[in-house]
Design a protein around this ligand. Structure first.
Ligand code: C5P
Length: 422
C-alpha cells in the first residue's frame, strides 16, 4: 500500500509489534482501530466490518457522522464493538469535553469506511466541523479511507482531484470496487467488502519486508486424468500455500499463485493461475519463474500421471475382469526445474513425510539444490488449519514454535526476507 506522505513516525509506530504478540495469535491482536462511519448506504457494511475487525483481534471504537446515524443506529455499533459510540463533538461522556483528542490518541490507525465524496473533500480541505472530521484533523496515527459513492460522483473530476490529494498527503485510499450500486447503476464506487478491508488493515500493519520482490508459489493438489470422469489426486487442501501467498502479499511482494484444484478463495491482491495437472502447473510456472525473486513450491504435485488418459469413460467390461492395471509415467519435477534455471529465484521446497523427516527433508534440500526446505510430519497436519514444521537450511534444522498455518506462513516469509537481505 503506497503511503508516500504518511509521517514516518506514524507509519513506523503503526507497524511496530503490538503490545501483545500476534505471531501465533490473531493478526490484529493488540491493535486499536478508530472506525469512522459516514453517511452512505454502505454504512450497513461497516457493522460487519466492525465484527470482522474484532474477530481478527482488534479493539474497535466507532465514531459516526450525523448522516451515518440515518442509515445505521449507533446502538448497532455499540453492541458489536462493546464500546461507546461517539457522534457529537460536545459529548459530555468525555470528562474534559475533548473527544477528538481522547479518541484519536489511543488509536493505532483510523479507518473511515464508508467515506462519502463529501467527507473526502472535507479531509482534503482540513475542515473540522463535526466530531469525525475533527478526529481526522487531530489524529496522531495513519488514516485509511474506503470511498463509497455513486459512480458519477466517483468519476467527477472534483472527487478525482481530492483522491489524488489524499494519496499525496499519505492517506491510504482503499478501493473503491466496481459493480452494481445501490442506485441500480454499475461502475466504480462500491465500498470494498468488509473482508477485503480487514485484509488491507492487516497488510497495513505488516512490515514490508518483501517490498519490490516477485514471489511465485504453487499450491494445492494436482489432478491427473485417467478418463473424462476419473483421476489421480491427493488430500492436499492448499491452505499452507494460500496462507503463504497471503503472507507474502501482506509483506509487500507482488505475488503469483499457481494453484491446483482447491475450493479456497484467492487471497486479496494475489494473481492466481488455475491449473489442473502437473504438466499444466509446470507449463504455468516455468515462464513466470524466470523473473521471480522467490519460488515457493507448496503444491503436492503428483509424481506420476496415467500414460494415456482415455478420452471416453472406461467401462468395467473393457478392463476384462476382476483386476486392471494403469500404466503411469513420471511427471516433471517443477521445483527441480526452477532451481536448475541459469539464474534461479530463491527456492523453497516442502517435504511432507510420514517418517524420518529430518533425513528425507535434508536429502531433498541437497538433491534439488534448495537453500530452504520446510518439513512436516503428515500426522502433524496435512489438510488442516494447523501444522508443526521444521525449517531445514545450510545451518541445520530449525523447528518453528508456531502451529497455525498463517503464523507459519509469516515465519517463513520473515526467513525468506532475511535470506534475501543477506
Ligand atoms: O520430491 P518430493 O515430491 O517429495 O518434493 C516435494 C517438493 O517438491 C515440494 O516442494 C513440491 O511442491 C515440489 N515438487 C514439484 N514438482 C513435482 C514434485 C514435487 O515442484 N513433480
Amino acid at each position: 500500500m503506497a503511503l508516500p506522505g504518511q509521517s514516518a513516525r506514524s507509519l513506523q509506530a503503526a507497524q511496530a509489534s503490538p503490545s501483545s504478540s500476534s505471531v501465533d495469535g490473531l493478526e490484529l491482536a493488540g491493535r486499536h482501530i478508530l472506525l469512522g462511519v459516514t453517511g452512505g448506504v454502505a454504512a450497513y457494511k461497516a457493522a460487519e466490518l466492525t465484527r470482522q475487525l474484532i474477530k481478527a483481534g482488534a479493539t474497535v471504537r466507532v465514531a459516526m457522522t450525523e448522516a451515518a446515524t440515518r442509515f445505521v443506529a449507533p446502538a448497532t455499533f455499540q453492541a458489536l464493538s462493546g464500546q461507546a459510540v461517539f457522534v457529537d463533538a460536545w459529548d459530555e461522556r468525555v470528562p474534559n469535553l475533548m473527544p477528538h483528542i481522547e479518541l484519536s490518541r489511543e488509536a493505532d490507525a483510523m479507518l473511515v469506511a464508508p467515506a462519502t465524496a463529501d467527507f473526502l473533500a472535507k479531509v482534503v480541505q482540513g475542515r473540522a466541523d463535526d466530531l469525525l472530521s475533527t478526529l481526522v484533523l487531530a489524529r496522531d496515527c495513519p488514516l485509511l479511507v474506503a470511498p463509497a459513492m455513486n459512480r458519477q460522483m466517483w468519476d467527477n473530476p472534483a472527487t478525482q482531484r481530492n483522491v489524488a490529494q489524499l494519496a499525496a498527503d499519505g492517506i491510504a485510499v482503499l478501493g473503491p470496487d466496481e459493480g452494481v450500486q445501490a442506485c441500480g447503476e454499475t461502475g466504480f464506487g462500491r465500498m470494498l467488502e468488509p473482508e477485503v478491508l480487514v485484509e488491507e488493515v492487516i497488510a497495513f500493519f505488516t512490515p514490508k519486508v518483501l517490498a519490490g520482490k516477485k514471489v511465485l508459489l504453487t499450491a494445492g493438489p494436482t489432478f491427473e486424468a485417467i478418463d473424462p470422469v476419473r483421476g489421480i489426486t491427493n488430500l492436499s487442501s492448499g491452505r499452507m500455500g494460500y496462507a503463504l501467498a497471503r503472507a507474502a502479499r501482506q509483506a509487500g511482494a507482488e505475488v503469483t499463485l499457481v494453484s491446483g484444484p482447491t475450493g479456497l478463495p484467492c487471497p486479496v491482491g494475489v494473481a492466481r493461475i488455475d491449473v489442473t495437472s502437473a504438466l499444466e502447473m509446470h507449463g504455468a510456472v516455468l515462464p513466470q519463474a524466470v523473473d521471480a525473486d522467490v519460488f515457493i513450491a507448496v503444491a503436492a504435485v503428483a509424481d506420476y500421471r496415467p500414460a494415456a488418459p482415455e478420452t471416453r469413460k472406461i467401462k468395467k467390461t473393457a478392463a476384462g475382469g476382476e483386476a486392471m492395471s494403469l500404466a503411469l509415467v513420471r511427471n516433471p519435477d517443477i521445483l527441480s526445474d526452477v532451481a536448475a534455471l541459469p539464474r534461479p529465484p530463491y527456492c523453497v521446497g516442502f517435504a511432507a513425510e510420514s517418517h524420518d523427516l529430518a533425513q528425507y527433508a535434508e536429502s531433498k534440500r541437497i538433491k534439488k539444490n534448495l537453500p530452504l526446505v520446510v518439513g512436516n510430519l503428515i500426522a502433524d497436519g496435512f489438510g488442516g488449519d494447523s501444522n508443526r514444521v521444521i525449517l531445514f537450511d545450510a545451518a541445520g534444522a530449525h523447528p518453528l514454535d508456531t502451529t497455525r498455518k498463517d503464523g507459519i506462513a509469516r515465519a517463513i516469509v520473515a526467513r525468506v526476507a532475511a535470506a534475501l537481505a543477506s
